[in-house]
Design a protein around this ligand. Structure first.
Ligand code: ATP
Ligand code: MG
Length: 342
């Protein structure tokens, strides 16, 4: 299982690429699922505007940035209340009230979590079956969803790579930040970062292009960046790498090349920072900073902070397993995606 510098996959990469593209296409959400999701959103919008006439109801997360995969039908919704004070106690109170209101409106399995880091209500839309997570004034999430969506529209290989990595992470059970592994959002940032690093690059660094064209400040965080996508058309074209080559590059990087002791990956700068630059060198409370991924806007936020010593081992082993399967098998896809069994 050891690292062999310079070793390349044994498989026919053209064939593997064809299989990966078929997988990507099979994971695209079907139109009936999308239809159900928009009906759920409308039902919800009606219930919310009856109670808060000047609220806005936003869709964010993967259903809003094209990165959702089929039959994974959660939608992330943000209730924006313009005049709400920003401390999280008030958000907790609104979440309690939302819990009651949603139950009265006929939603099912309503679960308010007012004390979570980001207070949320989880529920299922009655007859429709769509699962929803609703948060309050979660403006950073709306802004980072747009950033991800903008990256997705620059080069189609980002969506393809994210689909493959998200599917792999679910199959291998390493996609659960509540259990100490990584969120989908975190995997997407890892994919963007990889494509920013390729030579020639497949993605630019939108937050480094000056001057910015999109302006937004959320609390203390300046979220400005360049979003003239028309001007960036064809940015990645000089790079001819295929999806199969990028999947291999992703796992090879996280298995053997990432400097877990010192490096922080940063989509914001399009490069690397060090843990000491970020003051992420030691454990503070439950934040261990073993795998460090900087949030593009909330700069004190390390998306890897939920990883502990045990899950760090699990993750690293899974990255190595994936890299070895790709390197050593003639026909690696089935084994790569084999469901994890304890
Ligand atoms: P999935 O398809 O698996 O639901 P997703 O792209 O919707 O994936 P989630 O991890 O469900 O990703 O997160 C939904 C959205 O919530 C993200 O797009 C992001 O805007 C926001 N988000 C999630 N986790 C974080 C986090 N730790 N910090 C900041 N924003 C986050
Ligand atoms: Mg989601």
């Amino acid at each position: 299982k050891a690292y062999v510098p310079g070793a390349e996959p044994k498989a026919d990469m053209g064939h593997l690429n064809k299989e990966l593209m078929e997988l990507v296409n099979s994971l695209r959400p079907k139109s009936d699922e999308r239809q159900r999701q928009s009906e759920a959103l409308e039902a919800l919008r009606t219930a919310l505007t009856t109670r808060w006439p000047d609220c806005k109801v936003h869709l964010f997360g993967s259903t809003a940035n094209q990165l959702s995969i089929c039959n994974n039908n959660d939608i992330d919704v943000c209730l924006e209340l313009p005049d709400l004070p920003s401390d999280s106690n008030t958000k907790g109170d609104i979440v309690e009230e939302l819990g009651t209101l949603l139950t009265e409106a006929g939603m099912q399995n309503v679960l308010p979590l007012p004390k979570a880091r980001v207070p949320v209500v989880k529920f299922v839309v009655g007859d429709n079956g769509t699962k929803v997570d609703i948060t309050v004034n979660n403006i950073l999430a709306i802004v980072n969803t747009k950033l991800l969506a903008d990256y997705v529209s620059i080069d189609e290989r980002l969506l393809q790579l994210c689909y493959v990595i998200k599917h792999w992470a679910k199959r291998r059970q390493v996609n659960d930040s509540y259990r100490g592994t990584l969120s989908s959002y975190c995997y997407v940032l890892m994919c963007i970062h990889l494509l920013q690093q390729r030579q020639p690059p497949i993605l630019p660094c939108l937050q480094a292009i000056k001057p910015p064209t999109h302006f937004r400040t959320v609390g203390q965080w300046v979220c400005d960046y360049y979003d003239d996508l028309e001007a960036l058309k064809g940015f990645g074209e000089p790079n001819k790498e295929t999806l199969a080559e990028l999947v291999w590059a992703f796992f090879e990087y996280w298995a053997w090349k990432h400097d877990y002791n010192n490096a922080v990956i940063s989509v914001r700068t399009g490069g690397f920072l060090t843990k000491s630059q970020k003051e992420w060198t030691r454990r503070v409370g439950n934040e261990r900073h073993l795998v460090c991924i900087e949030d593009p806007f909330e700069l004190t936020h390390d998306l890897g902070r939920t990883v502990d010593r045990q899950t760090n081992g699990v993750l690293h082993k899974e990255f190595e397993r994936a890299a070895c399967v790709l390197r050593d098998h003639d026909n690696p896809l089935e084994k790569l995606m084999e469901p994890y069994r304890a």
